[in-house]
Write a new protein. Structure first.
Length: 270
């Protein structure tokens, strides 16, 4: 598939998706939104891909919704039929909404945040599994400044990432949070120099792809994203069922073998 407002490449076992509207700070349009979904779906369906990096071209990660589109946004756009996607019985309904689908992607998603992540840009980062930020990155919710509300589940995900107090601060004041503060509040996992951002993101993707079991990563990602809806007993039951299957997997056999033989692993992901 050819794309107009993103780029998509596969390097080894890593898919790299780049917001590509640098002249508009990678602000979201309907075209970009649709292309992002299709690229994520392509990476998820590609057996060769074991990790996904999401980043932005230019000085921004994603500055939220394009103001030209926001200005003429109809009130019913959020639930418009064009954004309804086929229901997948194998994934939680919670992670099949218009913007909350990243947790339903079976591969780990790494946001390499090169600059401003505002509004929907922040939401994309929050629904990712890892967030590595450039020292130039900055985060802002923006909604209250536009007369809007906490959109697309951010009132659920943001407190789980940074805690209630920080979430209340970020949402109600819409102040800018710079990279060092984002690290201290747990909003990002790591802050690096701008020139090292993609190197660090690729290194993490390579570790997830080659040094640990892709099958285990896939299962544990699902466990972690389902846990908020489970009791302890339900989580234990699920873990017991998954352990039974894991012991019968190729990756378990390889996990034991490479340890005993003192060599690098060669996981199949099966």
């Amino acid at each position: 598939m050819s794309y107009k407002e993103i780029t998509y490449e596969v390097d080894g076992h890593t898919a790299i998706i780049t917001f590509n509207r640098p002249d508009r700070m990678n602000a979201l349009t309907k075209v970009l939104e649709g292309e992002l979904y299709e690229a994520m779906r392509a990476a998820d369906l590609d057996d060769n891909v074991r990790a996904i990096i999401l980043t932005g071209n230019g000085r921004a990660f994603c500055a939220g919704m394009d103001m030209d589109e926001l200005e003429v946004l109809p009130p019913d756009d959020i639930s418009a039929r064009e954004w309804m996607r086929p229901y997948d019985m194998n994934r939680r309904a919670d992670y099949q909404a218009r913007y909350s689908y990243f947790p339903g992607v079976s591969k780990p998603v790494i946001s390499a945040i090169n600059g401003a992540a505002a509004g929907l840009g922040l939401i994309f980062a929050l629904y990712s599994d890892f967030r590595i930020a450039s020292e130039k990155a900055a985060f802002v919710t923006a909604f209250v400044m536009r007369g809007l509300i906490a959109e697309h589940g951010i009132s659920w995900i943001l407190p789980r990432v940074v805690g209630h107090a920080h979430a209340m601060d970020m949402l109600l004041t819409s102040r800018k949070v710079k990279a060092d503060e984002a690290l201290s509040m747990g909003l990002v996992h790591q802050v690096v120099e701008p020139d090292a951002l993609m190197e660090e993101a690729r290194a993490l993707a390579n570790k997830l792809s080659q040094q640990v079991s892709p099958r285990s990563v896939r299962i544990m990602k699902r466990q972690l994203w389902e846990a908020p809806y489970q009791t302890l007993g339900e989580a234990i039951t699920q873990a017991n069922e998954e352990m039974f299957l894991s012991i019968q997997s190729e990756d378990f056999t390889e996990g034991v073998a490479h340890f005993q033989e003192k060599r690098p692993p060669n996981f199949s992901g099966k």
